[in-house]
Design a protein around this ligand. Structure first.
Ligand code: AGP
Length: 450
């Protein structure tokens, strides 16, 4: 609001949605997102909920809820305008898909400790005592972040032995909060501003839980309200359909599992060192997986007119099936569903006919043989099968209409690779259909309202 009495004065208040001040040279700017002020400055002041700021040409001051002056930190953004440029890509979504070898590397950078076989997570603020007292982990999130949470359950239970619950933040925030000692709440959010996730962590904290955030946007509200956290460092994600944030969320969950697993002696040094070595190889494996793009572009040409699609997976790849279906829905507007592969015969199999493309996540892992039998059930009903499987796997010729082979890796890491062909398939189908890939209808990048 520009003051009537003094047009040289701007008064702003933060209520619900994010708000920040850009501190420029001889100028001050107000915006809800840092990318809006980047052309002027990289120094920003994030306002807390209830803050009021008064800006004049001479400077700015921040008043808290109690109208008392507040000292708010000036944060320096670690990215620049180039990061926001499309470069040679047709869309931000494709640019962000192709950035994943680097962004996965950024999430890992400085956090792997080979000699001890562990992960260093300084921002987590969990003391050895805290780690030892954890009895239950509750992961909260929305959309793609909720899917990452489901992958996280498999990872954290496997590496730490702690029971994990995964909750839609929008449901969890209104449920009765149970006071269970030793609860750690993990909030997953790319933007760090999603209203339902923010309210879910406020409810969890009120029930005595410690809260850590897995967040991409530095200085965002969830990051500042959590007791500690892990920044993804995936850089700004502009495309509404989340891609690089998802793979970095899974990598951050693997780092969290490694850190807690070692601290709780669920993993010994050798176990830890094996996982560190596997994580170190991920950026190269992601780069190799991106070389599949021409095949996915061709598949998109064949299936761009589909009216429905089914995605099926098991274990860590069940949430990947959900994510693949969400990507297709949100940018191409084709109706798609993800399911645990074994769940099919309890209903969705009725949908199968020669018009239904069925995407199977079938890497060679401990449930591969079971997935094969689900594939036979679909084949027997005339379904069109696109199988995402492992390099060198020759088993599927008689079953799948199309095989997309990702590099081999330990099963717990496979979701980082198997999701990439699904991101590319959805992207190219949306392009084929002439959709506005980066700004799909009815969607916002950050859902700051309930
Ligand atoms: C994913 O492509 C969507 N943009 C959406 O589902 C998103 O994941 C959800 O709104 C959560 O956003 P967040 O990670 O910023 O909290």
């Amino acid at each position: 609001m520009i003051s009537d009495a003094d047009p040289q004065k701007i008064v702003v208040a933060r209520r619900g949605s994010p708000l920040l001040i850009g501190v420029g040279v001889g100028e001050y700017l107000v915006a809800s997102d840092a990318s809006a002020v980047l052309a002027h400055t990289r120094s920003v002041v994030y306002l807390d909920e209830g803050d009021v700021a008064v800006l004049t040409p001479e400077g700015y001051r921040v008043l808290g809820r109690d109208a008392r002056p507040q000292d708010r930190l000036v944060d320096d953004l670690d990215w620049d305008l180039d990061t926001l440029a499309l470069g040679s890509h047709a869309h931000f979504m494709l640019k962000e898909i192709c950035e994943q070898p680097e962004t996965v590397g950024h999430t890992l950078r400085g956090r792997l400790v080979g000699v001890d076989g562990t992960a260093r997570l300084n921002g987590l603020n969990l003391s050895p005592g805290h780690c030892a007292r954890i009895r239950r982990i509750v992961i909260v999130g929305c959309g793609t972040s909720w899917h990452a949470g489901l992958v996280g359950r498999c990872i954290l239970e496997e590496l730490t032995g702690i029971p994990v619950e995964v909750e839609y933040a929008s449901e969890y925030r209104y449920r009765r909060q149970l006071r269970v000692p030793g609860t750690l709440t993990v909030a997953i959010s790319q933007s760090g501003e999603t209203a339902d996730t923010l309210e879910a962590i406020r409810a969890a904290r009120a029930a005595g839980s410690m809260v850590v955030g897995l967040v991409n946007v530095v200085g965002s509200t969830i990051a500042r309200e959590a007791d500690g956290g892990i920044y993804l460092h995936a850089g700004p994600e502009i495309g509404v359909a989340s891609t690089k944030a998802f793979t970095s969320q899974i990598v951050a969950l693997l780092l969290l599992g490694l850190h807690l697993g070692r601290r709780r002696e669920q993993l010994d040094v050798e176990d830890g060192q094996r996982l560190v070595a596997a994580l170190r190889s991920l950026p190269d494996l992601v780069a190799r997986t991106l070389q599949l793009e021409p095949q996915l572009r061709e598949l998109a040409r064949q299936y761009a007119d589909a009216r429905n699609a089914l995605y099926l997976g098991r274990g860590v790849n069940f949430p990947v099936a959900l994510e693949g279906a969400l990507k297709l829905k949100e940018i191409s507007y084709i109706h798609a569903e993800g399911y645990p592969a074994a769940e099919m015969k309890h209903g969705p199999i009725a949908l199968i006919d020669e018009h239904m493309p069925v995407v199977f996540l079938a890497p060679k892992d401990q449930v591969y043989a079971k997935t094969l039998s689900n594939m036979q059930e679909v084949k027997a009903r005339g379904g069109h099968i696109i199988a995402i499987t492992t390099e060198g796997n020759g088993d599927l010729r008689h079953l799948a209409d199309h095989e997309v082979r990702v590099p081999a890796c330990p099963p717990l890491l496979s979701a980082v690779l198997t999701v990439i062909p699904l991101q590319l398939l959805a992207y190219h189908i949306a392009v084929q259909r002439g959709c506005d890939v980066d700004r799909p209808r009815n969607l916002a990048k950050s859902v700051t309202v309930e």
